[in-house]
Ligand binder design. Structure first.
Ligand code: SF4
Length: 228
């Protein structure tokens, strides 16, 4: 498992994959990366400390991901991130958060005292598919509702049952309402959710232009950020 990487193309930054307590939701049908969650605080804090020791501040931006939401990181790890950011003059942090924590986003902004970009896993704006098939438990009805809290979102494309029209609408909403987006092309994992190869092929041809869009990152493999 690689836990430190540098993104040197679009949106240059360092990125760390840290360990945290179990995802508070933990029931998305397509997700098996919560297996990285833990309950041994001391072990996780030590492991995270090792990973954070590799951060140099090279780009002034640090992204922290943790197979869940940043609010599930141990407090000691939050302190270590703060200390790392101060030591290396990091001016912006990027965290992930589930919709259920939307009212708490400012807590960490006040704690870190530097700008934070929060990414939320939307997966799709199709309410039925998101809630009934993916079981995301993020019950906003519109992109505007989500954009009131988050300026960066993650979409998932290429799942059996998804349609081209859903994906077209998702990309339209992303570009219309959010500053930044990550599009994850779904890869089969240990869950029952399956990849639709035809849909993936169509997406990669139709949305080739997204690869050059400075505000959108397309992850063809889950490890494309160099961690995982
Ligand atoms: S909220 Fe994220 S980490 Fe938690 S189960 Fe869903 S996809 Fe997995």
């Amino acid at each position: 498992m690689e836990r430190y990487s540098r993104i040197t193309e679009k949106n240059q930054r360092e990125i760390v994959l840290l360990r945290a307590f179990p995802c508070a939701w933990g029931k998305c049908t397509f997700c098996d990366y919560i297996e990285d969650n833990g309950r041994d605080r001391e072990e996780m804090v030590q492991e995270n400390r090792q990973v954070l020791s590799r951060v140099t501040g090279a780009f002034g931006v640090l992204e922290v991901i943790n197979s869940g939401s940043c609010f599930e990181l141990p407090e000691e790890t939050l302190e270590d991130i703060k200390e790392t950011a101060q030591r290396h003059s990091i001016g912006r942090l990027i965290f992930e958060s589930h919709w259920i924590y939307r009212k708490r986003l400012n807590e960490l902004r006040e704690y870190f005292k530097i700008p934070i970009t929060y990414k939320m896993g939307v997966e799709t704006f199709d309410y039925e598919f998101r809630e009934k098939v993916l079981n995301k438990h993020a019950e906003f009805q519109s992109a505007q509702e989500a954009a009131a809290y988050f300026d960066s979102i993650c979409l998932m494309v290429g799942i059996k049952g998804q349609t081209k029209e859903m994906i077209r609408n998702d990309i339209r909403q992303l570009k219309a309402h959010f500053k930044h987006g990550t599009v994850n092309v779904f890869n089969n994992n240990s869950t029952a959710v399956k990849r639709d190869e035809e849909l993936v092929k169509w997406f990669m041809e139709e949305y080739q232009w997204l690869l050059d869009d400075p505000d959108t990152e397309v992850l063809y493999e889950i490890t494309d950020f160099g961690v995982g």
